[in-house]
Design a protein around this ligand. Sequence first.
Ligand code: GLA
Length: 392
Amino acid sequence: MNIPELRSDFFDLYGEVEKTPRIYFAPGRVNLIGEHTDYNGGFVLPCALQYGTYLLIRERADNILGFASTNFEFRTEYDFSGGFAAKQGQWTNYPMGVFDEFRKLNVRLKGFDMLFSGDIPNSAGLSSSASIEMVTAFALASMLNVTSLGMMDLIKLSKRAENDFVGLNCGIMDMFAVGMGSADHVIFLNCLTLEFRQVPFILNGYKLVIANTNKQRGLADSKYNERVAECKEAVDAIRPYFQLDHLGEMGFMQFFKIQDVIADERVRRRARHVISENQRVQNAVSSLLKGDILQFGALMNASHESLRDNYEVTGPELDTLVEEAWKIHGVIGARMTGAGFGGCTVNIVRDDVADKFILEAGKGYKEKTGLTASFYIGEVSAGPREINSETL
Ligand code: GLA
């Protein structure tokens, strides 16, 4: 990211070059395994990436928030004297939802001029939205000197912003992965208790390659909320026979024995995915701790199959990109990542076949779908931070 250029963009927008804005950064994330388990009180295994969102922010003397981004055309000035209201489909709902959460906590707000700039591809399932929320929350806590809010509070309030202000019933994984990111570690998180452990993720001889289908995720939000509702249906069907509030509380053997109490075959498959995926995350952590990366890759592949057949959130583009990856010797694991219905795949690829993978999987994907995939080498990175402008 070119910070001097961003600073000059900021001054073009807001003037007053003698008052330097502060600069904050929060990463995006990729989930390695444990998909659609977070809102079911299950396990996930994401990590923060080197890509993320930069926020240049400077205090103003009035009650106005200036929102601008180098990624979106839409910019606005918002007077928060009368509170906050979401505007259908605007990216500004993400930071504004965070401001509203600070307001609900009775934090005395101030006006700010802000410029956001992200190098995470938008709508690719790499949590550009959680990254925007977390960079806003982290910057606000710092600018307003709210020392009582620790990282866990910022994670929780960003999730509430997305659930209540933006209106997506997402789980906590994305904000957690962004907030608790640590270089060379994946985050093994129990989404029910929020207990977590940083597990070393050293890919000796392998690369983490992220492939973007570049398929627009149309309808993704409504389908996402539909899956959340189907999981609730599964819990209601199981509860008379087994005491639980979330599918993540049930082991796979228990589920296997009583699965027929879920009369609806589709709902039964949704539950089968969540409960088997939860087991796969735990097995994946054991494989990492043993240094068995091949086993880890096999679990990623099994995760994709279950998301395709049981949870039905993949679609032809993600399936094709994963199948093309599976064909290449030296790709030891490939699966969709994030909510699905488009977005990215995550792949563990042997160093010496990384170029071949990008070339051949890209070619096969283009032939079958007509779309051009983009590829990124993921580096497992740290969480939110202020960027000290003197060092630039
Ligand atoms: C999206 C949501 C997350 C999680 C994933 C699926 O990224 O924001 O909370 O549910 O989908 O695992």
